[in-house]
Design a protein around this ligand. Structure first.
Ligand code: NAD
Length: 518
């Protein structure tokens, strides 16, 4: 059962839980993308002129509209993604947190900076740095968090003063498209936000018309975008795939670690870039951990509870292709000697479901320990030491995030510092992505740059202009033409007197290798 089917200039969006047709949308052409970009560019200068406070008024009006229409937006999210209602409702809270964060802080973050000068010759200068937005930012997002994901980027780009052309995934475009309609038609905001729908070619067309790209998606697509951005010499910020590890040490709070593994591995049916994708457990607590994990995963309720009842924990996967990947990883593991303790197969029902699964006796020859599964599987491996867990964790092309579990904070920090990942949670899972004041970004094949992180959240959408203003304006600077030997000697003496660290060099006129002053 596919979630989207392309038919010429349109594509269908279908429910992953039962295959019903939800909508048929335009597959945006290059001309349409170009027209949208032209209109956004025309509206952007006035948006920038509004300043952070003026822009915040519109962002807050948008937040009001989103919350007034929250239930309808959540129903769209659930219909297009097949999530459980519990996994669905958290998406709109992202809008609340992010819009409040940017509107409360953008003015301070965008204030001019006045760095101190460096070097004697610069003492008479006043230095200023101001941030000016890239006029048009492209935001391209995947299907796993259809509404919350663009909400991690778009409010910040708008807050910076940029116009934004967004391109949601062709699998799940409905809720985000409706949110953008709200901005454009319901709250009287300037037309500085638009949404084009379509598949990869539409996304590629977006890269060709914008001044900066914020992309979230697979490493394969991210690489193609980086190449195109390099050809156009525009910056890109890339949030890509992951294979996050969970390290459970022998002094870990085992019950909490088990509950963390269950939620961290199965949240959103495992379709989170920072899902727990592999677990390394110290041999002293391995048996207890695995027994408890298997029984808790077996108790997980699966379904798409579209009666808003919270009667399911995890829902469907967004596409049948994703179910194929997960099934392939389980089959590969079984063929190489792994065992399934619970789950391990498709179902229930005809939708894109895969049963929550615990795999043991796994090793790094298996796809489930090396490639992104992006599904509800928890492969668990026994380790003999903390060092072995660190080495196995780092034995990956990915480096997004991960977690360390220990009753000793110093030990956990020591392990965390050795991990080659952009983020680490201690005694928690998935925590780094929700801290807007921390940089969130992947190392290695997991990304370039970082999303969010205090002032960086807004300043990443800006170019900086550096200005040097003279306080004194004599006719000439000492180092301007014509060059004179006496003046050169005087400058050289002053440089040594004030710049050297010992008296012999301070008082000497030139070092042994200095060229003679003519
Ligand atoms: P994807 O790369 O297939 O698609 C992502 C988006 O890119 C879609 O909107 C798609 O239409 C568009 N696209 C495809 N080809 C393009 C091209 N050539 N040029 C421009 N745009 C193009 O990813 P997906 O399958 O939708 O999402 C799953 C992936 O996203 C996983 O790998 C997951 O780890 C990753 N992800 C990463 C993060 C993070 O923050 N690091 C968060 C969520 C998801």
């Amino acid at each position: 059962m596919t979630a989207s089917v392309h038919t010429g200039q349109t594509f269908e969006v279908r429910s992953p839980s039962d295959g019903r047709l939800l909508d048929t949308l335009p597959d945006g052409t290059e001309d349409e993308v170009h027209a949208a970009a032209t209109a956004l560019r025309a509206a952007q200068p006035a948006w920038e002129q509004l300043g952070p406070r003026g822009r915040s008024r519109h962002l807050l009006a948008w937040l009001d509209w989103i919350m007034d229409n929250e239930r309808r937006l959540q129903e769209l999210i659930q219909a297009e993604s097949g999530k459980s209602w519990g996994d669905t409702v958290f998406e709109t809270t992202i809008a609340v947190d992010m819009i409040n964060y940017v509107t409360r802080n953008a003015e301070a973050w965008l204030t001019d900076q006045h760095p101190r000068t460096v070097g004697l010759a610069n003492k008479t200068k006043r230095l200023q740095v101001s941030a000016r937005p890239y006029p048009l930012v492209g935001v391209i997002t995947p299907w796993n968090v259809p509404f919350g994901m663009p909400m991690l980027d778009v409010p910040f780009a708008l807050g910076a003063g940029a116009a934004v052309l967004s391109k949601p995934s062709e699998v799940t475009p409905l809720a985000w498209r409706e949110a953008v309609r709200g901005w454009r038609e319901e709250i009287g905001a300037p037309a500085v936000l638009d949404c084009v729908t379509g598949r990869g070619a539409t996304g590629a067309a977006v890269i060709d018309v914008v001044d900066m790209v914020q992309f979230t998606g697979s490493t394969r697509t991210g690489r193609a975008i980086a190449v195109r951005a390099a050809e156009r010499l525009i910056p890109c910020s890339l949030e890509l795939g992951g294979k996050d590890a969970m390290i459970v040490l022998d002094d870990a709070p085992v019950d909490r670690a088990v509950a963390g593994a269950v939620w961290g591995g199965l949240f959103n049916a495992g379709q989170a870039c920072i899902s727990v994708e592999r677990v390394y457990v110290h041999e002293r607590v391995y048996d207890e951990f695995v027994d408890k994990l298997a029984s808790q995963v077996a108790a997980i309720r699966q379904g798409t509870d579209d009666d808003h009842s919270f009667s399911a924990d995890i829902g469907a996967l967004a596409t049948s292709a994703q179910v194929d990947i997960v099934e392939g990883h389980v089959r590969d593991a079984l063929a190489k000697g792994a065992r399934v303790l619970t789950g391990g197969s498709r179902g229930p029902g005809p939708g894109n479901y895969f049963a929550p699964t615990v795999l043991v006796d796994v090793d790094h020859s298996m796809d489930c320990m090396r490639d992104e599964s992006f599904g509800p599987t928890l492969p668990v491996m026994r380790v003999r030491s903390e060092q072995e867990a660190v080495e196995l964790t780092n034995d990956s092309p990915y480096g997004l995030a991960g977690s360390v579990w220990s009753g000793n904070a110093d030990r956990a920090e020591r392990v965390a510092r050795q991990l080659e990942t952009g983020g680490v949670s201690v005694n928690n899972v998935l925590a780094t992505v929700f801290q807007a004041s921390l940089p969130f970004g992947g190392w290695k094949q997991s990304g370039l740059g970082s999303r969010l992180g205090g002032a960086h959240s807004v300043r990443k959408y800006c170019r900086t202009q550096a200005r040097v203003v003279e306080r004194l304006t004599p006719t000439k600077e000492p180092h301007w033409y014509p060059y004179r030997p006496g003046r050169a000697r005087l400058i050289a003496r002053i440089v040594r007197l004030l710049g050297m660290h010992d008296w012999r060099r301070r008082l000497s006129s030139a070092g042994p290798s200095s060229p003679p002053v003519s």
